[in-house]
Write a protein that binds this ligand. Structure first.
Ligand code: ADP
Length: 190
């Protein structure tokens, strides 16, 4: 049986976490969010967590080998999964190549990259709004939010071309109600 391995893509604040919750339920997938995994390390005060926190609080990416290792461990822990939703990963070309290598070894490639598209002004508004309740240091300060968006544009957005070249890129309008956007994603999955 082919596995439904999906990259849910988009800038910070695009709604990847919110939409993942619906998709995992609808399709019985395992959610792999590197942001959530890193925040769990911070909460547990591990060495890795301490190292990651400094970078995350500034809106910088954490090193590739750290997130690639976390993803590898989680995939090995969920061999039974019907598929994975990768949320916030890959974020660099090296991460995308490492992911392809891991999945191709098992002949379970990414079937689609669903890219939520949201204008920058709307992203900043959403993230500042979330900062009021999330307690996330990186959501509180507009300069840090803009730095995250810059990191996305410089290092992560080019992955659209990487997946386009494989015929897997699907752009999804990420503005609208949560339900409308879920419906667009489900239509794209087919
Ligand atoms: P958002 O999409 O809102 O920025 P995330 O939870 O996905 O939230 O990421 C929060 C932070 O965690 C990022 O700004 C970055 O510092 C770090 N991070 C998460 N995933 C990765 C990744 N794949 N590579 C590098 N850093 C990551």
């Amino acid at each position: 049986m082919t596995k439904l391995n999906i990259v849910l893509f988009g800038p910070p604040g695009a709604g990847k976490g919110t939409q993942s919750a619906f998709l995992i339920e609808r399709y019985g997938l395992v959610h792999l969010s590197t942001g959530d995994l890193l925040r769990a390390e911070i909460k547990a005060e591990t060495k890795l967590g301490l190292e990651a926190k400094e970078l995350m609080d500034q809106g910088e990416l954490v090193p590739d080998h750290i997130v690639i290792g976390m993803i590898r461990n989680m995939m090995e822990a969920h061999l039974e999964a019907k598929g994975f939703i990768f949320d916030g990963f890959p974020r660099t070309r090296a991460q995308a190549e490492a992911l392809d290598e891991m999945l191709n070894l098992k002949s379970e490639p990414i079937v689609a990259m669903l890219a939520l598209e949201v204008p920058e002004q709307e992203l900043v508004k959403r993230l500042i709004g979330r900062g009021a309740t999330s307690g996330r240091a990186d959501d509180k300060d507009e300069a840090i939010i803009r730095n995250r968006i810059r990191e996305y544009e410089n290092k992560t957005a080019p992955l659209k071309d990487y997946y386009s070249a494989q015929g897997k890129f699907k752009g999804i309008d990420g503005v609208g109600s949560i339900e409308e956007i879920t419906a667009r994603l489900m239509k794209a999955i087919g």
